[in-house]
Design a protein. Structure first.
Length: 387
């Protein structure tokens, strides 16, 4: 056995799923194909005695192709290994794994309406697969935003940085609840959303924060930037961010301080949320708990019963820690030269048509490039009645 194979074998053993997650193969019945996953076909199926109190449960079953390499099989099991500890209503649940025999199966909570990106696109008036539903109302946008933020707050509490938050990686349940899901499983399906930078791995550059693009730094704050792009996807019915720019142009634009303009007819309240997420200084961005706190009064009455935000598991941060973070924050002067370069690179006409923002002087009180006013990170949005 070569060194590489030996290392991969050791990793396979280290990512094996505990016996408590192992499901006998005979308990799983595949019903129909749902679509192609990154490693193989995804099926709708039935699982017997897999959920406490349910004799039979409708599930999603992910498979790995017989031709998959050892590396791909390890990556396939890695998702199950990552998800087995997650127990949040707004994160897609792992229900079990069939690892004995072939093919290996990962059994997940079924999300009847698929991924959020496809669902949003189906709501376009001209879409052939339009389910007869209108585009989301402000109330529905706020609900989606809070559900995603709640799932991300849970992951943050578990010390988990997502790195690839996007509409394609959120899932829509039968009751239209939106959940975080598909950890690292969608790159092959939406391959145009990824870009290989400098011979490195595929990167979702159009969703990435400037510090991630520049230095490869991924934190819950960079996830928050991506959350802002998800809000943009929700309001634009999943248009491509920075449409009209190449991946290389997006890299330069965002690292120089650029960010997306609001989509047409975007509610002001959602625009405010986006701008909070796109603070150039990561310390100035809100936390996911703060996002939920801003939205909590306008959500469905059932939200407190199921959310991480309202659960006993959620422990609020100490106020002293927040004050310390504010006091340690330094003001960074606006770099006028980079602003001029952005104007020159982007041209003086048609900027808003590309969905891009160049004028940072109008961005008070967010002061996008200079880190914000001291002690001004947590912003209270004006209350409005969603409709």
């Amino acid at each position: 056995m070569g060194h590489w194979d030996h290392c991969m074998l050791l990793q396979t053993q280290s990512t094996s799923v505990p016996a408590m997650w192992e499901v006998p193969r005979e308990k799983i019945t595949l019903l129909r194909e749902l679509g192609q996953g990154s490693f193989g076909m995804v099926y709708e199926g039935n699982a017997r005695d897999i959920v406490k109190g349910e004799a039979e449960t409708r599930v999603a079953v992910k498979t790995v192709n017989e031709s998959a390499s050892l590396r791909e099989r390890i990556e396939f099991l890695n998702e199950a290994s990552v998800m087995k500890g997650f127990t949040c209503h707004h994160v897609v649940r792992l229900l079990g794994v069939v690892s004995k025999g072939q093919p290996t199966l990962v059994v997940m909570e079924l999300m009847a309406h698929g991924d959020l990106k496809s669902y949003l696109r189906s709501l376009r008036p001209e879409a052939e697969n339009n389910p007869g539903r209108p585009p989301p109302t402000l109330q529905e946008m706020i609900q989606m935003a809070a559900e995603i933020a709640d799932g991300m707050a849970y992951l943050n509490a578990k010390k988990f940085v997502h790195r690839d938050l996007a509409a394609r990686n959120c899932m829509v349940a039968h009751d239209f609840t939106v959940k975080i899901g598909d950890f690292g499983m969608t790159r092959d399906i939406y391959e145009t959303d990824y870009y290989r930078k400098g011979g490195k791995g595929l990167l979702p550059v159009r969703w990435m924060a400037p510090e991630s693009l520049k230095d490869g730094v991924f934190t819950t704050s960079s996830d928050m930037w991506s959350f802002g792009v998800v809000l943009w996807e929700i309001t634009s019915l999943a248009e491509q961010p920075y449409q009209g720019l190449s991946n290389e142009q997006v890299l330069k634009f965002v690292m120089d301080g650029g960010y997306l303009d609001q989509p047409d007819n975007c509610p002001e309240r959602v625009t405010d949320l986006m701008r909070m997420c796109w603070q150039f200084n990561p310390k100035m961005r809100p936390t996911f708990l703060e996002i939920v706190d801003l939205l909590k009064d306008d959500l469905h009455p059932s939200f407190p019963e199921v959310s991480f935000f309202h659960s006993e598991e959620n422990k609020a941060p100490e106020s002293e820690e927040l004050e310390m973070e504010f006091e340690d924050m330094e003001s960074v002067p606006l770099d006028r030269s980079s602003h001029a370069q952005r104007e020159e690179a982007g041209g003086r006409d048609g900027g808003s048509a590309l969905g891009l923002k160049r004028n940072y002087d109008e961005h008070i009180p967010y002061t996008h490039m200079n880190g914000g006013k001291k002690n001004g990170r947590i912003l209270t949005l004006p209350r409005s009645n969603p409709s």
